[in-house]
Each structure stands twice: as structure tokens, then as C-alpha cells.
Design a protein. Sequence first.
Length: 318
Amino acid sequence: MTDTPHKVAVLAVPPVKSFDFSMPSTVLGAVAVEGRAGYEIRVCTADPGVVEGGTGVDVLVRHGLDALDWAETVIVPSTGARHDADGRALDALRRAAGDGKRVASICSGAFVLAQAGLLDGRPATTHWGLAEEFAGAFPAVDVRPDVLFVDEGPVLTSAGAAAGIDLCLHLVRSDHGSAVAAAAARATVVTPVRSGGQAQFIEHPLPPENGGSLAATRDWALARLDRTLGLTELAAHARMSVRTLTRRFRAETGVSPQQWLLRQRIERARAILESTTLPVDRVARESGIGSAESLRQHMIRHVGLTPSAYRAAFRSAA
């Protein structure tokens, strides 16, 4: 990690969706690394000036496509130009990808990457409501409609709305480690980093779980992940029967209490692996997974890497 901020170009392809369009600047702009800005961001478009917003809110963009030559990462947010993006923007994206720059999309921005030919033969995602249209228009793309985002190394795609925030936080985690990403999440007042997968693997997300009648019980459990926690303990804290707990838990999180606990423990293990040199068996105990072998099996199944391989890949970035 250097003292120089990572350079990011946000490419506006009119008409833009203002909410998604603002995500990279909002999330990445909140990143601080040892008191310094983690990212320098330039918003650009083929014709600098006022850019049409599909929701009636136009935006002023000052930089042209030369920002893609300057950038190390290019992000294409949502656009209404799903099948007729400006050819100049497509050429600039091809050049950026050809130069080895990281290219990402939010929601319908995936259509632009596909028009540029950057997703051919790759798994990719977009908003679930556009998945059928996307697959029909670009048969060479392996469309994955049921994940938060897909990380294919230099090319990343995310689903709609909040998944764009998850993608941005994932970039922060990849560039600067989990502690910096968690701080960025707090600064933008969003949920902690949700996994969508690392290079070459895809992981199904957890549905939103803010609030709800079991929020306090989930917080209580998160503070005790290193302990034995079962349905009985969770139900006792929530002051309800196991059956009621299970039903409400699934309604609020989309998964069973056991599945939720396992995923939280895996996330805890990942954070410990990234930020410490503790032995793997200690990591397993601290995260509540138990043994080193159990942690290894869960990491391979849910993350795609052994604990040692994950630490080797991400410890240097923390």
C-alpha cells in the first residue's frame, strides 16, 4: 500500500441514475488510510457538461474520457443506455481494460461493459429485474442474477441499488483491508461489508437485516461469537420460543439462525486472518468455529480459499 490515493474514474453514460451514480464518490470518498485519502475520484463522460439524469435530476460532469487514461479503476454506474451506449465511451473502456485497469459496474452499468465486449465468457450480474433482458442481449455472458456482485479479478459487476455499495466496500477491502472497509461502512452509515466473492468465486449474499424485533439478539450474538451459541441460547435472550425465534429470524434475515451464525463466524475469521498473525487454530476458536480443520472446511466451502491462502492473499493489504 502506497501513500498515493488510488485513482478512480466514474464513467457517466447518459442517462444516469443519480442514486447509483453517487455511490462510488460517496463510499470511496469516505475512505481514510492512516489519515490520508484512500482514493482520488474523477467523474467523467464523453461530452463534459450537464449529463441527463434518468430520474429528472441532471448532474454536472467536468472531466472527459481522458480520465480513464489517468485512472487505475473505472466504475460504470447505472445507465438508461442499456443497448446504445456512446461508442466513444465503449472504446475508452476497451482501452482501459486492455491496459490492465480494473473495471467495475453497478446495476445496469453491466450492459455497458457487455456492449464493450468486456464480459464475454465471464460470469456477471446486474439488477435481478434486468437479468432476463441482459442474458437475451448478451448470450456470451454467464449471467448470475442471484448474487450481490461478481468479482472476476480485473472485471467486477454488481446488482442494483445497495449492492453497488457492497461492491464499493468490497473494492476498499481488497485495496486496504477489512478494518479500513469497516470504517468506510460506518462513515457512510451502512451495514458492515457483505461478501459477494473474491476473484473467481461467487457467494450468495445475506438479505438486509437492519432493525427488526431480533436486532438486539443479533447484536448480543455478535459480541459472543467465540462462545457456544445455539437456538436455546438465542431464544432465551429474545424471550421467545425456539420455534418463534426461528420463524422471525428467517423473516428478518432470510436465513436460519444457524446459517446466520456460521456466516458471521466466517466473517469474523476473515477479519482476524487479515489483521493478525494468530495461528489458525486460535482464529478458529476466536471466531467460534472450533477447530482449525473445521475452519479450513468452512473457508473452502464459503470463501474458496484455505485460511492460510486467504491470509497470504489479504494480510499484506491490511
